[in-house]
Design a protein around this ligand. Structure first.
Ligand code: B12
Ligand code: SF4
Length: 471
C-alpha cells in the first residue's frame, strides 16, 4: 500500500513565536520510525515535515496518491486538524485518514469529532500500525475489523466512539530497526539545533535512545511514554552511531532523551566504548538531572565528546521547585552547573517563568541564581498548563492563577503566555524575562565566551539565521 505520514504543519513562528530564530528544527522521530517499519514490511512510504504548509501536503497527496494518510501532532498542532482533515477529504476523498501522537492519545474522542478520521491511535504505534494497514488492504475498514486492532479509537455505525484493547508497548527498544533516514531526504542537512547548540558540527543527527522518565514533575506531560524507563542497549546506540558516521558522515548528535544520564554506570561504560571505538570525535549534547551529575561524571562525559548538558533547573527558588514537584534543591542545581562547567561542559539551564506560586521575590531568586552560576546558555520559558500534566488535570492551575490566553496554538512556552499567577501581571513577566535575557547574554563575560567560536562556520551560520537570513 502507499502510506503517507505527516508531521502536522506547524510553522516555526507558531512553535517559538517571536523567538523563532532561536528555536530548533527537528526531524520527527515518531513518524520516521513508523515509516521505517512500514517500508520494511514492503509498503511504499512518504513523509511530510511540519514545515510543509497544508497546501504543500495537498500537492504531495496528489502526486503520491496514497491509500492511507496518517498525521501526528502535539497539542499546539491539534488546532490545525480540522483544516488538515478537510484538505484530505477535498484532495483525495477515498483516502483513509488516521491520527496519532501526544494529543490524539490524550483526547481520542475529541479528535474523532473533527470528522473524516477513520482511527485515532492511542499510545505507541510501532506494535499496531502494521495490523491496521493489513486490515486496509482488503478495502475500507469496517467497524468489526477495526474492533480487532488494539490501541485505537474509532466511531461505530451509530457514531459512538469505541476504544479497543490497549496496544503493546515496545518493551525492548533494541527490537526497533534503525530509522530509515532516506525517508527524510534532507535529514542530515536541513535540520538545525536551537541557538544554544550552534557550535555543534554538521551533519547532525537527533536520536531518542530511551522512553519514559521515573519522575513526575507537575508541569510535564507524562501520558504516553510513562514512568517506566525503557532504553536501548549501549551496543545498539554505538552501532547506530557507527552506521550514521560511515553512511552520512555525522559530526554531532543531539540526544532527545528526557534524562540521558539516568543510569550512571551504563552511561560511563557507554562513554568508555565511544572512546575505544574512536567515536568520541563526534560531538554530542544530552539532558541530565542535577542530582546525578558530579565533577567525575561530567569529566568522563566531556572526554567522550559531550559538549553540552541541559538541565531542567526550572527556578532559583526552593519554594517554586517544591511547587513544581521537581524533587531537587537549589543547592543541587547550583552544584551540578558548577561541576559540569569545571569539567569543561557547556551548561544549558531551562527555567520556567510564572509558575504557580511565583511572586516578585521568587523571580528575583531565579534572576540571582542564573547570574551567580556559570550557565553557558539559558532558556526562559513561560509556565504553560499542558494537557497531560498534573497541573492541567482537574484544572489545578486555577488555584494559583488565571488563564489569560485560551488559544492553544499559542502554547509554545516561548512567547505564548497563557497563565499568570495570582498577584502578578503578564506585563511584569514579559518585562522580567526580556531584562533577564539581556542581563545574561550581554554580560562582558558571556560575550567573551562567544569569541571562542569565531572560527566555527556553524556559529556564523547560526548568526545569519538569527539575523533573519536563510541558512
Ligand atoms: C523529543 C521531543 C520533542 C522534539 C521532537 C519531537 C518529534 N516530532 O519527534 C522537539 C524538540 C521537536 C519537540 C518540540 C516540541 N515539544 Co516536545 N517532546 C519531546 C519528547 C521529550 C519526546 C517525544 C518523542 O519523540 N517521543 C517518542 C515517540 C516514539 O513517541 P511519540 O512522539 O508519542 O510517538 C508515538 C505515538 O504517539 C504514536 N504516533 C505518533 N504520531 C503518530 C502518527 C500516526 C499516524 C500513528 C498511527 C501513530 C503515531 O506512535 C509513535 C511511536 O510509538 C516529549 C516528552 C514525552 N513524554 O513524550 C516532549 C513533548 C511531547 N513535547 C512537548 C512540547 C510542549 C513541545 C513543544 C510545544 C515545545 C516547543 N515549543 O518547542 C514543541 C511542539 C512541536 C510541534 N510540532 O508541535 C510536550 C507536549 C505536551 C502537549 N500536550 O502537547 C511533551 C509531552 C513534553 C512536555 N513538556 O510535557 N519535542
Ligand atoms: S521534567 Fe524532566 S525529570 Fe521531570 S518528569 Fe519531565 S522529563 Fe522527567
Amino acid at each position: 500500500m502507499r502510506i503517507m505520514l505527516c508531521d502536522m504543519p506547524v510553522s516555526q513562528e507558531s512553535k517559538f513565536g517571536k523567538m523563532k530564530r532561536f528555536g530548533s528544527s527537528s526531524p520527527p522521530i515518531n513518524i520516521l520510525l513508523l515509516g521505517t517499519i512500514l517500508r520494511r514490511a514492503g509498503h511504499e512510504v512518504m513523509l511530510t515535515l511540519e514545515k510543509c504548509s497544508i497546501q504543500e501536503v495537498a500537492q504531495e497527496i496528489r502526486s503520491f496518491d496514497p491509500h492511507i494518510v496518517g498525521v501526528s501532532f502535539m497539542t499546539i498542532g491539534s488546532v490545525h486538524l480540522p483544516d488538515f482533515a478537510a484538505m484530505v477529504k477535498r484532495t483525495a476523498p477515498n483516502v483513509i485518514l488516521i491520527t496519532g501522537g501526544y494529543h490524539s492519545s490524550l483526547y481520542p474522542e475529541q479528535v474523532l469529532t473533527v470528522g473524516g478520521v477513520t482511527a485515532v491511535f492511542i499510545g505507541e504505534g510501532e506494535r499496531n500500525i502494521l495490523d491496521f494497514v493489513t486490515l486496509c488492504e482488503s478495502g475500507t475498514p469496517t467497524p468489526e475489523g477495526l474492533a480487532e486492532i488494539p490501541g485505537i479509537c474509532f466511531q461505530d455505525a451509530s457514531g459512538q466512539a469505541v476504544h479497543t484493547r490497549p496496544a503493546h508497548v515496545v518493551s525492548d527498544l533494541d527490537d526497533l530497526p534503525f530509522p530509515d533516514f532516506e525517508l527524510i531526504p534532507g535529514y542530515f542537512k536541513d535540520f538545525y539545533g536551537s541557538i544554544n547548540r550552534h557550535y555543534l558540527g554538521n551533519p547532525q543527527a537527533l536520536f531518542l535512545t530511551s522512553r519514559g522518565c521515573p519522575f513526575s514533575c507537575r508541569f510535564c506531560g507524562r501520558k504516553i511514554l510513562g514512568q517506566q524507563v525503557r532504553s536501548n542497549s549501549s551496543e545498539y546506540v554505538l552501532a547506530l552511531i557507527a552506521h550514521c558516521k560511515a553512511t552520512y558522515g555525522i559530526q554531532s548528535i543531539i540526544y532527545a532523551d528526557e534524562f540521558f544520564t539516568m543510569n550512571r554506570k551504563k552511561t560511563l561504560a557507554f562513554c568508555d566504548e565511544l572512546a575505544r571505538r574512536e567515536l568520541s570525535k563526534i560531538h554530542w549534547s544530552c539532558s541530565g538531572r542535577v542530582d546525578n551529575i558530579d565533577y567525575e561524571f561530567a569529566r568522563v562525559l566531556r572526554q567522550s565528546g559531550c559538549h553540552q548538558i541541559a538541565y531542567g533547573a526550572e527556578s532559583g527558588s526552593q519554594a517554586i521547585l517544591e511547587m513544581l514537584g521537581k524533587k531537587v534543591t537549589v543547592e543541587q542545581n547550583a552544584k551540578a552547573v558548577v561541576e559540569a562547567a569545571r569539567a569543561g561542559l557547556q551548561t544549558y539551564g531551562s527555567f520556567i517563568i510564572g509558575s504557580p506560586g511565583e511572586t516578585v521575590d521568587t523571580l528575583e531568586e531565579t534572576r540571582r541564581f542564573i547570574l551567580d552560576n556559570p550557565f553557558s546558555f539559558i532558556g526562559l520559558l513561560f509556565f504553560t498548563p499542558y494537557p497531560g500534566s498534573y497541573f492541567f488535570e482537574e484544572q489545578r492551575y486555577l488555584q494559583f492563577g488565571t488563564i489569560v490566553d485560551h488559544d492553544i496554538s499559542h502554547y509554545n512556552c516561548f512567547d505564548g503566555l497563557p497563565f499568570v499567577p495570582h498577584g502578578m501581571s503578564a506585563q511584569h513577566l514579559l518585562d522580567f524575562r526580556a531584562k533577564l535575557y539581556r542581563d545574561f547574554f550581554l554580560r562582558g563575560s558571556r560575550i567573551a565566551k562567544e569569541f571562542k567560536y569565531i572560527l566555527n562556520p556553524n556559529s556564523w551560520r547560526a548568526l545569519f539565521r538569527l539575523c533573519g537570513f536563510k541558512g
